[in-house]
Write a new protein. Sequence first.
Lengths: 481, 731
Amino acid sequence: MNLSEYARYDAIGLADLIRSGQMSAEELFQVAFNAVNLVNPQLNAAVELYESSAALYQPNLEGRLYGIPFGIKDFGAAFAGQLQEANSIFLQGYTCEEETYLAQSYREAGLQTVVRTTIPEFGYNTCTDGGVCGVTHNPWDLSRNSGGSSGGSAALVAAGALPVAHANDGGGSIRIPAAYCGLVGLKPTRMRNSIGPSNSDVLFGMGGEHVVSRTVRDSAVLLDCTCGPRTGDFVEIPPPSGSFLDAVSSKPNKLKVGIIDHPWTHSWGLSNSMEDALHRTAQQLQDLGHTVETTNIKVDRDQFDSAVAASWCSTVATTVLASSMKTGRTPSIDNIDPAMFACYEYGLGLSAVDILVMQYFFNSLCRQVGEMFETYDVLLTPTTVDVAPRNGVLNSVQAGFDAISWTKHIFGPAPYTATFNITGHPAVSLPLQSDHTGLPLGMHFVGRFGGEVTLFNLAGQLERAYPWIDRKPFVHVSSSS
Amino acid sequence: MKYTLPRMISLGCTLVSSSYIPFLHAENFVVEEVIVTAQRREQSLEEVPVAVSAFSAATLQRAGISDASDLVGLTPGFNGSMVSSSQPILSMRGVGSNDFTIGNDPALGVYVDEVYVGRSAAAVVNLFDAERVELLKGPQGTLFGRNTTAGAISITRAQPEPYRSGSVEVRTGNDGYQEARFIYNDSLSDSTYARVAMLHQHRDGYVEEQISNRDMVDTDLQAIKAAFKFEGEQVDYTVTIDWSENDQDAAVYRSLLSVDGQVLDTRKAVSDIFNEQRNQREIGMVSGKGRFTFSDGYELTSISAWRKYQLDYLEDTDATSLRLLHFGVDEESESFSQEFRLNSTGENLDWFVGVSVSYEDIQATGSVDYSEEVLCSQLLGSSCASALGFAGDDVSEFNNAEGEYWNYAIFGDVKLALNSETNLTIGLRYSYDDKEFVAHNPVPANALVGPALNSMGALPTANLFLIETAGKISSRDTWSQVQPRIVLDHSLGGDTMLYASASVGYKSGGFNVLVPTEGSFEPEEMLSYELGVKGSLMDRRLVYDAAFFHYRYDDLQVQIIDVVSITRNAAEATGYGFESSVRFKATERLSVASTLAWLEAEYDRFVVSDTEDFTDNQLARSPELTASLSFDYELPVGEEHFLNLSLTTVYTDDQYMLSSNRPESFQEAYTTTDLEVTLSANSESYFVSLFVNNASDEEYITQTQLISDFGLALVQDSPPRYYGVRAGYRF
């Protein structure tokens, strides 16, 4: 199978090829390996390539997605014995001893992990820049970033090297790179996927794990494979009413959509291109029979930044301390980027009272957003304020940041997403629009708590009505081969 | 009372032109008239039914303009930059070319004292001792000849005059800027005059190379011009000898890709050949121009020229610390040209007829240097020994090319006064090109990887870049073209003239030098229509011109660049738009000038391959809107001096640097501003100026190169803010 053909299939399509005997899993692994090797020199999206599908684990032959090539992000879910270094000198050589529940689900689904993908250091950035690996380039425009923190996964999937790749999201890290790279990126409802056994509610419930993909159905089938509580999870949320994959092909009811254009937190300002794109999307929703109304969210912007910084920096500090105990290394500016080191020090200094204040803020935001869903079925915002930023702009190597100014800086281009990490609502970025140069502009849809079915109904309808699958970036396995 | 200066022809005096405004004394409360030779006859700028921007010597000197690329932004419809001194990428109304090989010609013709100096490496776009520069937009084939589909830049140099005069000007500024100009003119006898001009120009580079910490993209130019003129009662003859030498850096690129995860800031680059890269050029020319005036208004002009240039060029095309892709060329050319033209000026009928012939003998050795080990590592992911079983070597592939080009033309132009207000002009040029070309691309003796991959069937050729030829490939091709033009101009009373024109231009066919197996390509042709108006208001306090244009470009020669450029007639394009300029004496002290250009230029058809289709793409370097605004304010200082304050701001709209319209080649709109404060003597015998160019230090890209086979994504960055002091003395 040549690379152009390979890149035409999504994960479900490739799974069908294997099930029907047209291709073997070994052949597909090799094709994916070659594809990653082909585009990586331009993208810098791969930390480590695995020589064979058995390098990390033996994929389940009976798995629903047996043989599908996959990428694992260098943060979050991990397989036993896998290196996980979070793009930090401080964590170089760190090996995970225990397989996480999510990785177990991937293994049981039969996925073949080909590559470990890049992230910004410790994942606290909306661009993949800085740290050991540095810049991950956007395949749509090499002078721009792929986004973060799941930048490596997004770049490889957008370039056609993988059909799907692991991602996680503690402030926008699935949705932002999906928006910048023209992909589907769903952050599920809080606790939809277990993040155990070693974590319960990472980032005080802001964190969630899933994948980036090119098609809605791939996102749905992966969630079907991984969702569900595990023993001892902090919270068990009600299961969905049916399979997420079935929801993709079901037409949604007439939905009432609340649209918010201008950001309610500190930002770089909404660009004209994105504002036009949002209005086009609103029109498309109306053309499909949904109603659209303007609404708003109000927060104290400084309190918002403080709360997000408290959540993230306390987590970074704890991670660094725990790793320090295991590795014996002392954290310093020599093994952690300056901006991240500032966050680590800030986290160390937070008190229990600071965390409680953060939680009070989280609570007030949850109440406000929860009330909005008494009026609306779905909220619509842009995923980001503009197309992907240029490389080098959000680089944690830059000195002079403290935790608050770094938080403001990284969420400046992406002010919409973190709110729904705090509230735990499911939210998906869809590559519905692009600017006049062809760069992707993501549209961000937020559903009711536990409402992924409605989001998949709507996403599937939008994908059928306004398909994006034929839009390809210039750095793509089909044009580079 | 109305003050109008008399028409002044080529005295290097204070002549105003389109947008930059020289210092004007308060009593000159009108916009002066400019005489141009855009139609190969001397006419007032406002009487010429052609879209042309003209800049006088005073304007060029006043604004510190050194070469034609400085006129970008001030000339509606003109765009481009100097990639390096031997690679100017200039375009008019979106039409230009960036193939610098000897098998191709540019689309924008450059003429110096009516001598075609078109080949890019020899194009003297430096405006040293220029009396006047005219930028003519649209095809100028009938009037000027081949290779003017985009338009023509006509540089008229200052001629020897029958009196002693001269000037000295020195300039210094940041980034090691030094410039010195010396001009001396004197009469050797009652009828013989001489003029000598010398230029020294140096500026340090503005791109910091990261390995050596050297500043690159410098300027280093020396030039001398000596002209001797004999002026008799019915004849004048001028012999001009030119020599210039550049010794400066080749084009320097910045890679967009990260190295060890880090990307470069603007105006930074990496090169492993920072010491070896070079751009050394020497040009010599001897030209003779004679005018024989007969009775009854006939004038015979003879223009002869001999030119020779040498170019030694090597650039780091990969912009990395590796020997991955280094392009070079050693080029030498000798050319002769001769034109005879008979002009007649009558009451109702002006005409000229002419013949011309030109010959060029050119040799070039192109090279691509690379390391086989680097290629193995980049493309195969391992050493050559691991991948192929043998160690690689440092290889240079060569392209040895020679060409002999003849061009013959016969042309004529008739302007007939239909009545006292209306003139009809019909022109025709028949042009014949006869080009012979020989090229040979050998397989380097020490090449291992290419031949090995070829013998394994993995590659179709043994050479990796300059596809090898089986011995010498000889080609000969001839092309002929008829280029007509028709113009109707009508005076609406007073100074206002309306005109409509249609013209055809063509660019010669040529040869694929670097890939001789690709053979030759055909000429490209452009059909252009224009509707314009020129005039003045308020007793010549305001002078304006505006033109609508539409062109259709067929058999467009396009460069398919995939490491090595291949030219094919593979596209059609349409462009249309509007250009205008206004010069206004707002008050006795304040002069204002503005230009505006709107352009829509797209490919109607441009299918590159099965997977790449540029149809409906915007032409490269064709911003939709460009505009400039200049203010010049003069105020007296004491009794003997005056101060000029001038500001010029230029807006350039979004544009793509590449026909592919890839986002990496997209340059957002930007605005640059130049400021100058000048103190001058009332007699204009001396002045001192403080100047700032690009006062806000705008950063923008001037060129993009994307070579997907190697994953190379490169840009060139604009120069930074320049500031300094100029001082001059004129006697």
